[in-house]
Write a protein that binds this ligand. Structure first.
Ligand code: SF4
Length: 267
């Protein structure tokens, strides 16, 4: 069992499988894109699976795959299968922007994925274009409809807001969710470099007092906290050791990070 020095039980691992994305959301990525990691800097599937086995052996039982956008990582269904085959994982989930979900929903479910969180900030096509700078809302909505027929344990919507769920976009997405019996969470826009973050409305994220998570960045660092620059290289220390060091150095609460970006630590 992983318990940090503040008595918090750490049982949730968020794995960023890539820093790449097929969107350029205004609150996440610069329009011109990013200096993407070289493929050789990304952990291989075998390295991610070995690391996850370490994590599970130490007490982690909840895994979430994130990005960038996880569905742009080639062979992602195979990785889901490899992780789903690890004994001791009670909950295997993914956060996706659903642009490619029509193609992947059923293969992911068949590979063992249990839950989906889908990013949806607006159901207005024009506003979607403005916010994501790319992508087609229709693909997302059709992906959601298809995923709902695949029998996932749960599908939730993540709606990024400026300040609150009362904003026009959020109200429309909430209505869309209610009509489909989908849960929704409202995530206020956060700023890593200045340490601006809030508790997720409808979720547990951002509530440091009960934080139960660590992260694996897309370039193989174990991060005890999103809003901190502490990180331990899996390649340097080995998976299990890096996890133990991360839990031992987990701060009571987040402050800020000058080195992380949402697209390479998976939010
Ligand atoms: S800021 Fe850090 S400690 Fe707080 S909830 Fe996020 S990851 Fe946990």
């Amino acid at each position: 069992m992983l318990i940090d020095k503040f008595g918090r039980k750490i049982e949730y691992l968020r794995i960023s499988v890539t820093d790449r994305c097929n969107l350029r959301c205004v609150y996440c990525m610069p329009e011109e894109g990013i200096n993407e990691l070289k493929h050789t800097d990304l952990l291989t599937f075998e390295e991610i699976v070995d690391f996850t086995k370490c994590a599970v052996s130490l007490g982690i039982n909840k895994i979430r795959l994130t990005g960038g956008e996880p569905l742009v990582r080639k062979g992602i269904v195979g990785l889901v299968k490899m992780i789903a085959d690890i004994d001791g994982i009670d909950d295997l989930a993914m956060t996706t922007n659903a642009i490619l979900l029509k193609e992947f929903a059923l293969p992911l479910k068949e590979a063992g994925l249990q839950r989906l969180n889908i990013s949806l900030d607006t159901i207005d096509g024009k506003k979607f274009q403005q916010l994501s700078r790319r992508g087609n809302l229709q693909n997302v909505l059709e992906g959601i409809d298809l995923a709902m027929k695949c029998g996932f344990r749960k599908i939730k919507l993540n709606c990024v807001v400026q300040e609150s769920r009362n904003e026009p976009n959020a109200v429309q997405v909430a209505k869309y969710a209610a009509e489909r019996g989908l849960e929704i969470r409202f995530i206020r826009t956060m700023k890593l470099s200045t340490g601006e973050f809030w508790i997720v409305d409808g979720g547990k994220g951002g509530n440091c007092s009960i934080c139960n998570r660590i992260r694996l960045s897309s370039n193989g660092k174990v991060l005890p906290c999103l809003f901190s620059d502490i990180g331990f290289s899996v390649k340097e220390f080995g998976g299990c050791e890096a996890i133990k060091m991360a839990v031992e150095s987990k701060p009571l609460k987040g402050s800020l990070s000058k080195t992380h970006e949402f697209y390479n630590v998976g939010g």
